[in-house]
Design a protein around this ligand. Structure first.
Ligand code: BDR
Ligand code: CA
Length: 311
């Protein structure tokens, strides 16, 4: 199995991503999950992560990481995810514990312990924890196998400002560190996630699994959809974060281009923009595989098959 660390800010789409990973033990060994401040503040994202692990029935250690971006004030997204971050389902008080170790130290210790080139990082939120780990322990950077992250946009441009995608916008300095790190990076951008829209059929199929997980995922997706459907008249909601886990499981479902991506950290107008050299108009070295297409049916079939394995 491939070893991964999930870094997350649940978030209904983070929830589906975490469940997909925990439902795939033959292919993925989830070494731990680190929570970060993002969609909602850290006390909620770490608690939500523990709720999800408990719901999956597949215990893995959960750590709390950074409660604010490296240099900026936290920006949250309750307007999308609700006050709890996981609105749509009545939440319970999890008994799954929070580890005492800081999430950043867990990332550092794990990368130092595991053989070099064997651990893939899967960030589903702002890149604060990963960047903080790279800053605190530069020796771990060369030990990372790859970073497969949800963030950024090129053709689809922004969802939090006209120029920027939420995860990159919240902590652009952290994103800048990651994109300059030299680690192999795969970017699941809005260009691909906006092609991974939910459908009524899929949601009803998941609900009809008749399981606790099926009911919860259907209700979370219903809640998540209302934002895009009501605001934009969209057909469904982009299920962003599960594309990260799906890419690790089935890269053949996706395609993109190896290009240079740099992060805007100065301009007020375009802060957090992923400046993607899609047409190769500079001589800047490609540093990321920027994904922009998906086999949508294959992706949703994978999700259904895996979620059906959970209680
Ligand atoms: C990203 O922002 C969050 O709201 C979602 O969970 C996803 O990670 C999409 O821009
Ligand atoms: Ca997220």
């Amino acid at each position: 199995a491939q070893k991964i660390i999930i870094d997350t800010d649940p978030g209904q789409d983070d929830a589906v991503a975490i469940l997909l990973a925990l439902a795939s033990p033959e292919e993925l060994e989830v070494l731990g999950i680190t929570a970060v401040a993002g969609n909602v503040p850290l006390p909620l994202t770490q608690k939500n992560t523990r709720i999800l692990v408990e719901l999956s029935g597949r215990p893995v250690p959960v750590y709390a990481g950074c409660d604010a971006p490296l240099q900026r004030k936290l920006i949250t997204a309750e307007h999308v995810h609700g006050q709890t971050g996981l609105d749509g389902v009545p939440l319970f008080e999890p008994s799954h514990p929070l580890e005492a170790q800081h999430g950043v130290d867990f990332i550092i210790e794990t990368l130092r312990r595991e053989a070099p080139g064997t651990v893939t990082l899967c960030p589903l939120g702002p890149l604060t924890n990963i960047a903080a780990a790279f800053l605190k322990a530069p020796d771990i950077v060369a030990r990372v196998k790859a970073i497969v992250l949800m963030g950024g946009a090129y053709f689809e441009v922004g969802n939090i400002t006209p120029a920027a995608e939420f995860n990159i916008y919240v902590d652009p300095e952290a994103a800048d560190i990651i994109f300059k790190s030299g680690v192999e990076i795969v970017v699941m951008s809005l260009d691909v996630t906006h092609k991974a829209l939910t459908s009524r059929d899929w949601i009803e199929g998941i609900r009809s699994l008749g399981t606790k997980v099926g009911e919860a995922v259907a209700s979370w997706t219903d809640f998540f959809e209302r934002f895009d459907v009501e605001k934009y008249g969209a057909q469904g909601a982009p299920l962003h974060d599960p594309t990260v886990i799906a890419y690790v499981l089935r890269p053949e479902l996706f395609s993109g281009r190896k290009i240079n991506v740099e992060i805007e950290t100065q301009s007020e107008l375009t802060l957090g923009m992923t400046v993607a050299d899609w047409w190769g108009v500079t001589d800047r070295t490609p540093n990321a595989l920027f994904i922009n297409t998906i086999d949508r049916d294959g992706f949703y079939a994978l999700l259904t098959e895996r979620l059906a394995r959970l209680p």
